[in-house]
Design a protein around this ligand. Structure first.
Ligand code: ADP
Ligand code: MG
Length: 234
């Protein structure tokens, strides 16, 4: 049987694409057992409203385009839309901004997502090193960390101990324990996520790079909010 994963990857390859969209990337992660925020494709404004009604407000709308991978930079992300009217306006604004930022982009509509409650922002990623092969990256997200570049790396496959150490060695790891009364992250859950990611990478050699940014971490787990997968060209 052909898995959904191979179908999505093959489809992108046939189209000569090197990156999966956010929707496709999240489908792969959901299938691999990661918790992923509800994410549905809408090809029109009407569909976006119908899906929003179904998912429940507030929702998030994001541009869905195989040519746009940094969606915020293109004015392609609207969060906290509270009703159908806001979804309609958000849809129009995204289309206008995306066309302006990338006039030649093929835009397929939007993704409609449930609005995840705020958590500690985390990033997870993978790239392939010429010498060491796949390497996992774990870091704290958000503005502070984008400036400080507080990240840890380990070579795939990860052992339990690697996952534990990766999290511990972050300079900002105290933030995960609940800084100044903030909700703490579930560190064992994050360790499991890293091990699962390692296994996923190991089993999917067609994948060249992964960027999960952000994951929202909570006391009771964590959820993938944005994801991008890059493919090998052979
Ligand atoms: P980009 O392609 O620019 O990285 P993202 O999908 O990461 O776009 O969205 C930008 C930001 O919007 C995220 O970092 C996150 O803070 C917020 N966000 C995106 N999707 C959601 C969601 N479903 N629920 C809550 N916040 C979200
Ligand atoms: Mg992102």
């Amino acid at each position: 049987m052909i898995s959904n994963k191979s179908r999505i990857i093959d489809n992108a390859c046939h189209q000569g694409r090197m990156t999966l969209t956010e929707i496709e990337s999240k489908q792969l992660f959901a299938e691999a057992g990661f918790r992923v925020v509800v994410t549905k494709q809408a090809a029109s404004k009407q569909e976006a409203v119908a899906l929003s009604d179904k998912i429940g407000y507030p929702v998030v709308l994001k541009v869905d385009s195989v040519d746009i991978s940094h969606k915020s930079d293109a004015g392609g992300v609207k969060v906290g839309l509270k009703n159908a009217k806001e979804v309609e306006a958000g849809y129009d604004e995204i289309m206008v901004s995306a066309k302006k930022a990338f006039p030649d982009a093929e835009v397929d509509g939007v993704s409609v997502q449930s609005m995840a409650r705020p958590g500690i922002e985390i990033i997870m990623g993978m790239f392939k090193d010429a010498q060491f092969g796949p390497v996992l990256m774990f870091g704290l997200g958000g503005i502070l960390v984008e400036v400080l570049k507080d990240v840890a790396f380990r070579i795939v496959p990860l052992a339990k101990r690697d996952a534990r150490e990766m999290i511990k060695e972050l300079k900002g790891h105290k933030l995960l324990e609940g800084y100044r009364g903030q909700e703490p992250a579930n560190i064992p859950y994050l360790e499991e996520m890293l091990l699962k990611l390692s296994e996923f990478v190991d089993k999917t050699p067609k994948i060249k790079e992964i960027d999960i940014n952000p994951v929202f971490a909570y006391r009771d787990g964590a959820v993938v909010v944005d994801a991008r997968i890059g493919l090998e060209d052979k």
